[in-house]
Design a protein around this ligand. Structure first.
Ligand code: NI
Length: 258
């Protein structure tokens, strides 16, 4: 159930049986020469939609602009300040909490969103903790679709080192499955493999400034071989991520009930 397609009466009824909501998060940034600019927002939005297919789960509008300073020298990238992102997340949570939502499941499609989302959650917790009136507790989970073990196993098996960190074949496979006409074929040789240590030191898109990043990764891919992507993989990745995310979301709801 998409929030945008509900009336307020629908939401009022939903709140009688669940206080949970899924908030997909993405980014609007270059994804290499064959990846769509909206890749991160499209992947999280469609995985969230699949979560709701056979389940009574409410899906908020996708937060589709994010912090992505490292990609600003590639045209088409729109970068929010981390402080803007934090304000957006806090405002969304506080609006929904005011109406009775208690469990917030952030389904993420962009590494750079993780740190500021965790900070936003702590902003909310701080303000509720210092409120003069007692407020009901809120529960949060931030999960990137690629980190579910079932999904990660597929990424490793299919792409190995070619998965890389940005413009990954797994995310491009999902967009190719959803929009086969829109994704050009990748004609480039594989990007240079990354050292294992690079994954650790740059996890969560902790990259250099935009100038340095474009010099370091001139075609926009970060260690990934986007040419390995294909729509059949994309369909499996999407459905596997959605299934795992439903179970993870339900465990958050259970934790809240306990
Ligand atoms: Ni991405």
């Amino acid at each position: 159930m998409k929030l945008q397609m509900c009336t307020w009466l629908d939401v009022q009824n939903y709140l009688k049986q669940s206080q949970g909501i899924v908030i997909p998060m993405g980014s609007t940034e270059q994804h290499g020469p064959s990846g769509l600019i909206g890749t991160d927002a499209i992947t999280s939005e469609f995985i969230a939609a699949a979560m709701a297919e056979n389940n009574q789960i409410l899906i908020a509008p996708t937060l589709s602009l994010g912090p992505a300073a490292f990609n600003l020298n590639f045209p088409g990238t729109i970068c929010l300040r981390p402080s803007t992102w934090i304000n957006i997340v806090v405002d969304c949570v506080e609006s929904l909490a005011h109406q009775g939502f208690r469990c917030f499941y952030f389904l993420n499609g962009h590494g750079g969103n993780i740190a500021p989302t965790l900070s936003a959650i702590q902003e909310v917790q701080r303000s509720r903790s210092t409120s003069p009136l007692p407020l009901p507790p809120l529960m949060f989970r931030v999960k990137s679709w690629w980190e579910f073990p079932e999904v990660n196993d597929l990424r490793q098996a299919w792409y190995g080192d070619g998965e890389g960190m940005h413009a990954t074949p797994s995310e491009i496979s999902i967009t190719k499955h959803l929009f086969p006409q829109m994704c050009p074929e990748d004609q480039l040789p594989p990007a240079k493999s990354l050292d294992k240590s690079f994954y650790q030191t740059h996890a969560g898109d902790q990259h250099l400034d935009a100038n340095s990043h474009r010099l370091q990764f001139p075609d926009g891919r970060v260690g990934s071989n986007s040419a390995l992507s294909n729509p059949a993989h994309g369909k499996i990745l999407l459905n596997t991520a959605a299934k795992a995310a439903v179970l993870d979301y339900l465990s958050l709801i259970e934790e809240h009930r306990a």
